[in-house]
Design a protein around this ligand. Structure first.
Ligand SMILES: CCCCCCCCCCCCCC(=O)SCCNC(=O)CCNC(=O)[C@H](O)C(C)(C)COP(=O)(O)OP(=O)(O)OC[C@H]1O[C@@H](n2cnc3c(N)ncnc32)[C@H](O)[C@@H]1OP(=O)(O)O
Length: 562
C-alpha cells in the first residue's frame, strides 16, 4: 500500500513523537483459534470470536443505512486507543537505563523527561537494536502492546518480543486439505463476493469504493484517487486469480462495502525464496469502520490463499502491527512547489519566499544522460536481467520473470485509457547495451475541499537498476552515487514534463544515495513491511536512528509495493 504522507514542516522535522506505554493486562488468545485450518478441525469459529450475537444486533441497527443506501448514518466512531487517566510520577532516576535510552535514540530526549521509571523501562525494552535497525523505534507511533492486538495476537505473525536471532522460516505449516472449502458466514445482511475485474462494471465498483473510502492522510486533506487503469495494472499481474479479489456486498442494496486483494509474488528473503500473496487494497466503507470487519476479510483471503497452498503473504501499511520486517520513510520532491503549497502539502520554510521556493525546485527542460530513451518491448529481456542482478544486492526483494517485467514496467501504448507506468532505459552509446533503467508510476490524490486545485499528480519511484553498481568499489568510490543522482535528476525532469506535481520515494533500494542531493524533503509517513506466517531477522529500512536516510543502512528492502 502506498501511504498518504505529507511533507514535514522543517521546523518539526526531527521532533519525533511516539506513543509509549500502555497496559499489558489483556490475556492472549491461542493462535489456533483464528486459524482457518484449525477451524476446519473443529476449533472455535473465527467470526464468532469477532462478533458475539449481542454485537450483531447493534451492528444490524447501525448498518441499516448502508443496506438501504441512505446517508443518514452518523455512526463512525474510531476504536478507543490506549489512554491513561492518571499523570505518571516524574522520573527521578539518573541511572544507566535512561542513558542507554538516550544513547540508543537521542531524539527521545524531550520524551524521557516526563516518564515514570516503569514507563522508561518499558520504552527501553521496546528500543531494541533490531528496532533501530528497522526504523521501528522511530516509526513506532501507534504501536500497542501485543495483547492489545486482539486479532493480530491470534495470527501466525512475528511478535514484538521475538528475539532478533530467530530462525527464519514459516511460523506454521498448513495442510490445504484441512482448510475449509467455504468462507465463514458474514453477519446477516452481507455476503461474500468474488469480484471479476475483467468485468468493467465490477472494476468500476472497486474503483468507486476505493476512491471514496481508501487511505486519507491524518487531516483528511488528500485521498488516493486510483484510476481504473491502475487497478488493471495492480491487480491483474502475471498469475493473478480472481479468487483473491474478495468483496463484501450489502445483500439488499448490492452495494460493494469492503474489499481486499492479493496477487502472487515470489519474494527472496536473504537466501530463501518465499511464495507469497501480495495483499493490498484492504478497504472498508467508512460507515462500517471499527466493527471488526477487517479481521474477517483478512481471514477470508487467508483461507483462499491456504486453499491453493500459498502459506505466506507480504503486505505494507502505515499502521504498526505485529511486527514489521522493516520500516522505510517517505520522501517527497516538489516538482510544482507553488501548487503543493497552495493545496497544503508543502509548508513555507521559515525565512523563505514563494519565489525562492520555486527557484529551488526548478528543473531544466531536457535530460542529460546520453542514450536515455523510453523502454520498449524489445528491452524486456535486458531490463529483466539487469534488474534481477541489481535486486540481488538487497536482503528482501522480488525476483522478476520476463512476464512480470513486461507487465509491471512496460507501458503498452493504447491498451489502457490512462498511462500508469513510465519506464526509461539507457542504451550505452556505441554498444547499444542497456546499462541503466528507471521507472515511476502515477498515483493521483484528490485534494479535499480546496477551491483552486482538485488533484495532485504524484509520481512514485518504482524499480531502477544500473550497471554502475557492479563496478569495483562502486559505493566507496562514489561512482554509484554519481550515476544514480544523474539518473534520478533525469527522472525528475521527465516527471515534470508529464505534469507530475510531486515525486515520492522511500528510503529503500539505494535511495539514500540521492534523496537529499535531489532535494527530496522528509515526509511524515512511514511505511512498514510485513510478512504473514514467516519469521525473519530484522531488515534495514535505509534510515538511521533519527529516521534520516543513511547510505550505511542500505541493502535491506528491495521490494517496492504499490
Ligand atoms: C497466507 C495468506 C495470508 C493473507 C493475509 C495476510 C495479512 C494481510 C493483512 C492486511 C494487509 C492490508 C494491506 C493494505 O491494504 S494497507 C491499506 C489499508 N487500508 C486503508 O487504510 C483504507 C482506509 N481504512 C479502512 O478501510 C479501514 O480502516 C481498515 C480496513 C484498514 C481497517 O478497518 P477498521 O478500521 O474498520 O478496523 P476493524 O474494526 O474492522 O478491525 C480492527 C483490526 O484491524 C486491524 N487493522 C487496522 N488496519 C489494518 C491494516 N491496514 N492492515 C492490517 N490490519 C489492520 C487493527 O489493528 C485491528 O486488529 P487488532 O489491533 O485488534 O489486532
Amino acid at each position: 500500500m502506498a501511504e498518504e504522507s505529507k511533507q514535514v514542516d522543517p521546523k518539526i522535522n526531527n521532533e519525533v513523537v511516539k506513543e509509549v506505554v500502555e497496559s499489558k493486562n489483556a490475556p492472549e488468545q491461542d493462535a489456533s483459534d483464528d486459524d482457518p485450518a484449525n477451524r476446519a478441525a473443529g476449533n472455535s469459529d473465527a467470526v464468532a470470536a469477532e462478533a458475539s450475537s449481542k454485537k450483531k444486533k447493534s451492528k444490524k441497527k447501525k448498518l441499516k443505512s448502508i443496506l438501504t443506501g441512505s446517508k443518514d448514518n452518523k455512526e463512525n466512531t474510531a476504536e478507543a486507543g490506549p489512554s491513561s487517566s492518571s499523570e505518571p510520577p516524574k522520573l527521578n532516576i539518573k541511572g544507566n537505563m535512561v542513558e542507554q535510552l538516550l544513547q540508543a535514540n537521542p531524539s527521545l530526549k524531550p520524551e524521557v523527561a516526563g516518564l515514570s521509571k516503569s514507563q522508561a523501562e518499558d520504552m527501553l525494552s521496546k528500543l531494541k537494536l533490531e528496532d533501530l535497525l528497522t526504523g521501528m523505534s522511530i516509526g513506532g507511533k501507534n504501536q500497542k502492546d501485543m495483547a492489545s492486538y486482539k486479532f493480530w495476537s491470534t495470527q501466525p505473525v512475528a511478535r514484538f518480543d521475538d528475539k532478533p536471532d530467530v530462525e527464519e522460516g514459516p511460523i506454521k505449516i498448513i495442510d490445504p486439505e484441512k482448510v475449509p472449502s467455504d468462507p465463514a458466514p458474514l453477519i446477516e445482511g452481507f455476503e461474500w463476493v468474488t469480484m471479476d475485474l475483467n468485468d468493467e462494471k465490477e472494476l468500476e465498483e472497486v474503483y468507486d469504493l476505493l476512491t471514496y473510502h481508501y487511505v486519507e492522510d491524518d487531516e483528511a486533506m488528500f485521498r488516493f484517487n486510483y484510476s481504473a487503469s491502475f487497478f488493471g495494472w495492480a491487480l491483474k499481474s502475471p498469475g493473478w486469480t480472481k479468487d483473491w479479489h474478495v468483496g463484501v456486498r450489502a445483500t439488499q442494496s448490492r452495494k460493494l462495502v469492503a474489499f481486499i486483494s492479493g496477487v502472487p509474488v515470489d519474494i527472496r528473503v536473504r537466501d530463501k525464496v518465499v511464495k507469497c500473496s501480495e495483499i493490498n487494497f484492504l478497504c472498508i466503507h467508512k460507515k462500517l469502520r471499527s466493527k471488526r470487519l477487517a479481521p474477517v476479510l483478512i481471514k477470508e483471503i487467508t483461507r483462499r490463499c491456504y486453499r491453493v497452498g500459498v502459506q505466506q503473504a507480504v503486505y505494507t501499511g502505515g499502521v504498526v502491527l505485529p511486527k514489521p520486517v522493516s520500516s522505510c520513510r517517505y520522501f517527497h520532491r516538489s516538482l510544482d512547489w507553488l501548487k503543493l503549497y497552495e493545496v497544503g502539502f508543502s509548508p513555507m520554510p521559515a525565512k523563505s519566499t514563494k519565489a525562492r521556493q520555486i527557484t529551488k525546485y526548478h528543473l531544466p527542460g531536457s535530460t542529460s544522460t546520453n542514450g536515455l530513451r523510453q523502454m520498449q518491448e524489445k528491452d524486456v529481456d535486458a531490463v529483466c536481467d539487469l534488474l534481477n542482478r541489481y535486486l540481488k544486492r538487497f536482503e528482501f526483494a522480488p525476483n522478476f520473470t520476463k512476464e512480470e517485467v513486461y507487465h509491471w514496467l512496460l507501458h503498452k501504448e493504447g491498451t489502457t485509457p490512462e498511462q500508469v507506468v513510465w519506464s526509461y532505459v539507457v542504451e550505452e552509446p556505441g554498444t547499444g547495451k542497456i546499462i541503466d533503467f528507471f521507472s515511476f508510476y502515477l498515483l493521483e490524490s484528490s485534494v479535499i475541499g480546496n477551491k483552486k486545485h482538485d488533484c495532485v499528480r504524484a509520481a512514485y519511484l518504482f524499480y531502477y537498476a544500473t550497471e554502475t553498481a557492479f563496478q569495483p568499489n562502486a559505493l566507496e568510490s562514489g561512482a554509484l552515487k554519481v550515476r544514480l543522482n544523474a539518473l534520478m535528476h533525469d527522472a525528475l525532469i521527465l516527471a515534470k514534463r508529464y505534469n507530475f506535481d510531486v515525486f515520492n520515494a522511500l528510503t529503500l533500494l539505494d535511495n539514500p544515495l540521492f534523496l537529499q542531493d535531489q532535494k527530496f524533503g522528509a515526509g511524515d509517513g512511514q511505511l512498514h513491511y510485513y510478512l504473514y506466517n514467516y519469521r525473519v531477522a530484522p531488515i534495514s529500512g535505509g534510515v538511521d536512528q533519527n529516521n534520516d536516510p543513511d547510505p550505511t543502512k542500505m541493502g535491506g528492502v528491495g521490494l517496492v509495493m504499490l
